[in-house]
Design a protein around this ligand. Structure first.
Ligand code: DGT
Ligand code: CA
Ligand code: CA
Length: 598
């Protein structure tokens, strides 16, 4: 059982307890534990197998009884406590929780006041107008709910990349342990590092396919096998994700890897180029088209084979450079690869620091010292502590006074951890009128100001755009964080004109964030391409709420690569010296602007 699945049981418990009207402390205990488990870098099952005692690891929110709950989930797949609450509540209540905008609080209201316990009953209540009698369910929120239900029913389920990683890694390890595997790779959208994946496509070569295929079907997480042959199998894991395994002859491993990595649009363009070169390119290999024949008339292995064992064979045959999988979306990579002008994509080694971090002062789970130490361990030159401002009440946002006190703790961390520069910062809330939630004199004192929208995310397009444009014009602003506010599979992006936002950010020399939280990844790849074109500086930030989450940087980098970003586009690849020069320039400018306005 994977961490995501354990976390899922815990947070389900929290939600249902809240609906049932349980004490809020107990609810939060489950919710916090879920977050901790989800962000661990090692599977809990593995920790336990290594003989570690969960109770003694001092994980945030995991005390004695929570540790026992987790062990119970690992053993039984669920919790007795969860089954007991379920008995008391309607069986289909979970459906409601999946609707965007319906958290446990509002679900509780629907259930308590109107006895609504399923999507069907909710739809009936929407039709009959019964809902309007409830507090907090105005026309706007009713319309929103209708759309959300529609999306939910229509949308095929896709898995966040982080979840896919956590599900596929142990499977691969398991397959390898069985022996006999020579080459193995997960292709498809997973290899292209898309923010979500529909299913997993594993390719392998091996001595003998049968035992490997057998082992695949026998994996403990398999819920059902939907197709099985000696070289191709499909299973659905307990988490609901589908996995295909294809075992290939060595001579076509490379061409199959290329084909099944996709994307489809990229493949079609490559195949077409092949035809122009007198070649037939398919998953079976690269073949010369005999005179007088057409590529599409050929059998799968007809003609002279000129490659297929290695992926490079495909690209070389049509005079292209090898294209990193993240770029294979037919967005210009083919032309660039022909001209040997592919971007030199950013990589983890380029990152020098993290500029958006939370601590226990607000909704973070680690102390400032722990965050700084963890950044140091990652080899960073700098990091910035950026806790929330007071308007973000749910996160325990800080007042001016709090920020001053926090400064002392930052000083202490600086004194204790050498070799890394700790910048003082904040994540200031952009209020609905576009002003910032902290006074200018405090903002001026900070090394760096991250700003973001946290409330009234449903403003209309022009109001939201104006709100953010006004904030961008504030001279103290350094980085605009999670610009669209979307949460993958949970909340749609807000309505905002990013084109105008990017232009304003460039004009005011404000960096725009690529938030690396796996459920945000905001900006997305397409936005990044545009930001790059316009020339906006990008900051890849983890927005880490615990030291464990610093590793989310890699998801930011994946997304950045999909947006064609190079080192030069990203400010947290700058050396400390250069970063400081940029921050200074901005501060001088802000001083100047203030002077001008006097
Ligand atoms: P997903 O699973 O929805 O996240 O996205 P992919 O890209 O992994 O798509 P999937 O699993 O349906 O297929 C894997 C790859 O196989 C896909 O990226 C490209 C290739 N492929 C699948 N169907 C076609 C097709 O009809 N034509 C071509 N040229 N390639 C295809
Ligand atoms: Ca796939
Ligand atoms: Ca597939």
């Amino acid at each position: 059982m994977e961490n995501v699945e354990i976390a899922h049981v815990l947070s389900k418990c929290a939600d249902l307890l809240e609906i049932e009207g349980e004490d809020l402390f107990r609810v939060l205990a489950y919710r916090n534990a879920a977050r901790t488990i989800e962000s661990l870098s090692q599977p809990v099952a593995q920790l336990l197998a290594e003989g570690k005692d969960l109770k003694k690891l001092k994980l945030p929110g995991i005390g004695k009884s929570m540790a026992e709950h987790i062990e119970e989930i690992l053993k039984t797949g669920t919790l007795k406590a969860l089954m007991q609450i379920r008995k008391k509540l309607p069986a289909k209540l979970d459906e409601l929780l999946a609707i965007e905008g319906l958290g446990p609080k509002r679900t509780k209201q629907l259930y308590e006041k109107l006895g609504i316990g399923s999507i069907k009953q909710l739809e009936q209540a929407l039709e009959s107008g019964k809902l309007k009698s409830l507090r907090g369910f105005g026309q706007k929120s009713i319309d929103k709910m209708r759309r959300a239900i529609h999306n939910l029913v229509e949308r095929p389920q896709r898995f966040k990349l982080l979840d896919a990683d956590q599900l596929v890694r142990p499977l691969i390890e398991y397959l390898r342990k069985g022996g006999g595997i020579e080459q193995l790779e997960v292709a498809g959208s997973y290899r292209r590092r898309m923010e979500t994946v529909g299913d997993l496509d594993i390719l392998a070569t091996c001595e003998r396919p049968e035992p490997v295929m057998q082992r695949f079907q026998n994996y403990t997480e398999v819920q059902r096998a939907t197709a099985a042959g000696s070289t191709r199998g499909t299973v659905v894991l307990r988490s609901g994700i589908q996995v295909d395994l294809r075992i290939l002859p060595r001579r076509c491993y490379g061409s199959a890897l290329h084909y099944f990595t996709g994307s489809k649009a990229h493949n079609i363009a490559v195949r077409k180029l092949g035809v122009e070169h007198g070649l037939r390119i398919s998953e079976y290999g690269v073949f010369r088209v005999p005179r007088g024949k057409k590529a599409e008339e050929m059998g799968v292995e007809e003609g002279e084979r000129i490659g297929g064992a290695r992926e490079e064979d495909v690209f070389r045959a049509i005079s292209m450079d090898w294209v990193p999988p993240e770029l294979r979306e037919n967005r210009g990579e083919i032309q660039a690869a022909q001209k040997h002008k592919l971007p030199e994509l950013i990589g983890p080694a380029n990152i020098r620091g993290d500029l958006h971090l939370h601590s226990k002062w607000t909704d973070g789970k680690s102390t400032i010292l722990e965050m700084v130490r963890a950044c140091k361990e990652r080899g960073y030159q700098y990091c910035a502590i950026t806790d929330h401002s007071k308007a973000v009440r749910v996160a325990g946002g800080l007042t001016v006074e709090d920020f001053k006190n926090q400064r002392k703790e930052i000083e202490q961390a600086r004194a204790k951890v050498g070799g890394i520069t700790v910048l003082t910062g904040c994540e200031v809330d952009i209020l609905p009128d576009g002003s910032l939630d902290l006074p200018d004199d405090l903002l001026d004192e900070l090394d760096l100001v991250v700003a973001a929208v946290h409330s009234k995310l449903d403003m209309n397009h022009s109001d939201m755009t104006n709100r953010v444009l006004k904030a961008l014009a504030h001279p103290a602003l350094t980085i605009l964080a999670h610009p669209t506010g979307r949460l993958i599979n949970e909340r749609e992006p807000c309505a905002i004109d990013l084109e105008q936002v990017f232009r304003a950010a460039k004009e005011h020399d404000v960096a725009v964030e690529l938030n690396a939280q796996p459920d945000r990844l905001d900006l997305n790849d397409v936005h990044l391409l545009r930001a790059r074109e316009i020339g906006v500086k990008i900051a890849i930030n983890t927005d880490a709420h615990s030291s464990e989450q610093l590793r989310f940087m890699n998801y930011g980098i994946d997304q950045a690569r999909r947006g064609w970003l190079e080192k030069r586009h990203v400010i947290n690849t700058l050396s400390l010296g250069r970063l400081e020069i940029w921050l200074k320039q901005r501060q001088n400018r802000s001083g100047q602007l203030i002077a001008e306005s006097i």
